[in-house]
Design a protein around this ligand. Structure first.
Ligand code: SAM
Length: 321
């Protein structure tokens, strides 16, 4: 039924138009990520040393322990025979899993062929013959039922529009004791961002010395060149909760730092001052989270509903539920 017809615009669009729009969107996303990966990947707030330590502390309780190390010691304990990595980019996660002896065979999938080629090269150079890469669109994911013992995703679910389709496929693809590990941005979706949401961060930013501010004002944290950026990020947790039991969740903030960090001029600051500025911002972010702000980033471990037995732990230990 056509609800709106004005000039040549029809709403809802015909099925062919929707398919064409999806294809165009996929092309744009692919082009954006091919370019980004070719140029060494995106810069993120977590790359700042002090921030990384704070993230580790918030997730694992220890600033020197990384989330995957925590996962290895608390949950996995031994290798998962068949691992899938969604939106793998250039493969850092799979190589990390391999270096920790956490995966038998691992398959990384991504839309960007450039990213996959780099991932293949890096795996080859590291001698990881058990890491394999294939192109796949997470918006049209099709997986063999019960074909993986663990599925990982690091900062790629927030690029998925068809979250329901993708997560149902993941739930079905896991073996009965399989686990799903996600490290994700779950904050406001792109269409929800407006300046009012930046108010607190903007106020903190304006208090910083002019010399360390790259811009007069913060900008909304969405890269509009990428149509998949935060496309349905605020739906991730509710959709996940429909299909999975989340048995570990470690929120790690980002509510101030992720917004402010891209607009700081830090390179010329003496190291002590740089660290003190970052620590000050982290302290304010801790206060915000303690006051009940909903964390923008989280790490979680889940298993599909209906799993008959405890999550897979090859050592046979029951993981905390
Ligand atoms: C922020 S990067 C994260 C990459 C990697 N997981 C990491 O943490 O380094 C997001 C990745 O998702 C991929 N991506 C975006 N939309 C996708 C889609 N619809 N299907 C598959 N991959 C997609 C991009 O190509 C990119 O490699």
């Amino acid at each position: 039924m056509c609800l709106l017809r004005r000039g040549c615009i029809e709403w809802p669009p015909a099925k062919e138009t929707t398919l064409e729009m999806n294809r165009l969107q996929q092309l744009l996303v692919n082009r954006f990520w091919n370019r980004t990966h070719q140029h060494g990947g995106a810069t993120t707030w977590g790359q700042e040393a002090g921030v990384r330590q704070a993230i580790n502390r918030r997730i694992t309780g220890n600033e020197h322990q990384w989330p995957v190390e925590w996962f290895a010691s608390e949950i996995a304990k031994e290798a998962y025979p068949r691992v899938l990595s969604l939106g793998c980019g250039v493969g850092a996660l799979e190589r990390d899993l391999a270096s920790k002896g956490l995966c038998g065979a691992a398959l990384g999938v991504d839309l960007s062929e450039q990213a996959l080629e780099i991932a293949r090269q890096k795996a080859r150079l590291a001698g990881y013959t058990h890491l394999d890469y294939q192109r796949a669109d997470l918006d049209q994911l099709r997986l063999e039922p019960k074909s993986f013992d663990a599925v990982f995703v690091h900062q790629a679910l927030h690029h998925v529009r068809d979250l329901e389709g993708c997560l149902v496929q993941v739930a079905k693809a896991l073996t009965p004791r399989g686990v799903f590990y996600a490290d994700e941005y779950v904050g406001p979706s792109r269409h929800e961002w407006k300046r009012e949401l930046l108010q607190t961060a903007e106020a903190v930013f304006q208090q910083l010395p002019r010399a360390v501010r790259r811009r007069r004002r913060l900008q909304l944290p969405v890269d509009w060149r990428d149509p998949s950026e935060a496309v349905r990020s605020s739906d991730i947790l509710p959709v996940l909760a429909e299909h999975f039991e989340i048995f570990e969740r470690r929120d790690y903030g980002g509510n101030l730092l992720a917004l402010i960090h891209p607009f700081l001029r830090l390179d010329e600051l003496p190291i002590v001052e740089r660290r003190s500025l970052i620590d000050d911002l982290l302290g304010r972010e801790d206060e915000l989270l303690a006051a009940g702000a909903q964390s923008f980033y989280t790490v979680l471990v889940a298993r599909p509903f209906g799993s008959s037995s405890p999550p897979f732990s090859p050592a046979g230990d029951r993981v905390a539920t």
